[in-house]
Design a binder for this molecule. Sequence first.
Ligand SMILES: [Zn+2]
Length: 176
Amino acid sequence: MGASGFSLDVNGDGDRVRLGSIIWETVCDFIWGDLGEPLYTRMAEYLFEQVTCTADDTSLTWWFGNPGGCCSRSERAGMHWLRYFLAVDWEIFTAMGDHRGLTFASGPPELAATTAEGRLVTLRGDIWSASDDGVGGDDAWIPLEELTVDERAFVAKARGECQCPVCTSPANTPRS
Ligand SMILES: [Zn+2]
């Protein structure tokens, strides 16, 4: 039962898990705006069912599940999109915290780091993880030699700078 987590330090008396849930719902709205249909529908089950929030007295953690290795692509995408939107829209999320009596003691992720680590690409109507020898979906794999020349070039680019619909959307320019 794998999962990866991303944490922020949070001070204050408010409900951390509630704040984490509201932030994730907002991030999902932003993802919807960039992916559109039908890509969002393909991701929605994962985004709603496999992403959870936990907290202790000083921090808040979002968990991206990968039970039985079922969802490696979605796990990577969910973590990437959370970190991306925290980087781009940090003021929106800190305001949500302020409103609920919670202050982030951590800064946002670095935008350049989030685009470098994404390594996602949109091909053939789906989102894939780009690797050295091919592209992976949650339950699919296309080896490099089965990709076209153009697709291979796109995958090579994605390994250096994420080419997912969120990172390549002109709407997502940092506001500060
Ligand atoms: Zn991306």
